[in-house]
Design a protein. Sequence first.
Length: 54
Amino acid sequence: GGSISAEHGIGLLKREELRLYKDPVALEMMAAVKRALDPAGLLNPGKVLLPGAN
């Protein structure tokens, strides 16, 4: 029962695997927070959540 990532975050190398380890509800929650804080999508676009994930 480990974690895909710890305190350093997902990073670019693991971002595609994120959807394999997190359930769709958690991913949608992440996308909702991103949309709320960055509605124009200007801050680090595509860095953690893949394009089209939100």
